[in-house]
Every structure is written in structure tokens, then in C-alpha cells.
Design a protein around this ligand. Structure first.
Ligand code: MN3
Length: 203
């Protein structure tokens, strides 16, 4: 069965007041994410080894294989955006659920220390990529950055419970070249902490 573009859990103009305009979401979801899905389906159609596989399986089986770079880039980007959209909500940010806040404070020292580490991961990802909050193999929360379409599942560094896209297409209309401002705004006005907490519970 072909992979499909998931619907956004909010309207295209719903995040405008929180720093992500309608045009950004229309292009990012409707054009960029759709293009990854279309390209991935094209690879699956031509390669019997990929047929019937889940997205996670395709990400893992194509990671690190030069002859499957195109498959990995598009499967990874489909995976990454599937996590990214529900990590945001209108009027997001604000207070975290108690369980999540306590876990972050225990593993980073404080919520502020976590936010600084997460922002630094996004700022220091040279070029395109992602910053993540993961539950590591030791059970502790950690921040991770990955290039291009890669992610912590592929790289084996943990289970992502929050991800932010730092490709320029994610922030250029709203913040131009100011990636740090985009990341600050993401944490303070866009993150759906209840969703992050639900992923922590499952990790
Ligand atoms: Mn993107």
C-alpha cells in the first residue's frame, strides 16, 4: 500500500499567530512533505524488497547504504515530518504536564537547561537537518541533532519524543535567516507539550 501524506492536526492558518504563517505550512506540508511521500512511493514501486515494509523498516534497512540514499532521504523525511506536525499546536508552549517537566528537570538539571541544549542542537546543525529530544538507550532524556533526512531511530541514538525541522523551508518565510529566533519561538509558542508527554509515556 502506498504511503500517504497525513492531514495536519490543525488548519493551515492555525499557527500564524504563533509564528508559523499559512504560506509556510501550505508549502512545507503540501509541497515539501508531499514530495517526499511521492518520491518514496516511486522507490517502493520499483523495488520489490521495499514492498509491504513499514516506514520504520524502510528507514532502518536503507540507512547507511550508499545505493539506497534516495530511499533513505525520502523515507526519513516522511518519518520526521510525521512526528513534527503533531509536535505543534495553536498557542503552544507554556506549561508542561507534570510528568514531562519532572523528567526533563531530573535529566537536564532544569527546564531552562533543556531548552538551551535543544536550541543549541538546532543552531549547531550545520545546513539542513533536525534537532530532537530523545529517550536514550539508558532511559535518560537527551538532545540530538541529525543532518538532512536522518533521525535518531535510524542512527540508534534513542526514541524521539520531540523534533524540530531546521531546514530553511521550515522558517525562512517567518524568520528569514534567524534560526535561533525560530527555535526560541518553537519552544515558547508552538510546542504541544501534551503530545510530547504522550510520547514519553509510550517510549
Ligand atoms: Mn521540512
Amino acid at each position: 500500500m502506498a504511503f500517504t501524506l497525513p492531514s495536519l492536526p490543525y488548519s493551515h492558518d492555525a499557527l500564524a499567530a504563533s509564528g508559523m504563517c499559512q504560506e509556510t505550512l501550505e508549502l512545507h506540508h503540501g509541497k515539501h512533505h508531499q514530495a517526499y511521500v511521492t518520491a518514496l512511493n516511486g522507490f517502493v514501486e520499483k523495488n520489490a524488497a521495499l514492498q509491504g515494509k513499514t516506514l520504520d523498516e524502510i528507514v532502518l534497512m536503507s540507512y547507511g547504504k550508499p545505493d539506497m540514499a534516495g530511499v533513505f532521504n525520502n523515507a526519513g523525511q516522511h518519518w520526521n515530518h510525521n512526528l513534527f506536525w503533531p509536535c505543534m499546536k495553536p498557542n503552544g508552549g507554556g506549561a508542561m504536564p507534570g510528568r514531562l517537566e519532572a523528567k526533563i528537570a531530573a535529566d537536564f538539571g532544569s527546564v531552562d537547561a533543556f531548552k538551551e541544549a535543544f536550541k543549541q542542537a538546532g543552531i549547531t546543525q550545520f545546513g539542513s537537518g533536525w534537532a530532537w529530544l530523545v529517550v536514550g538507550r539508558d532511559g535518560k532524556l537527551a538532545t540530538v541533532k541529525t543532518p538532512n533526512g536522518s533521525n535518531p531511530v535510524a542512527e540508534g541514538t534513542g526514541t524521539p519524543i520531540l523534533g524540530v525541522d531546521v531546514w530553511e523551508h521550515s522558517y525562512y518565510l517567518d524568520f528569514r535567516n534567524r534560526r535561533p529566533d525560530y527555535l526560541t519561538n518553537f519552544l515558547e509558542k508552538l510546542v504541544n507539550w501534551e503530545y510530547v508527554d504522550s510520547l514519553l509515556a509510550k517510549a
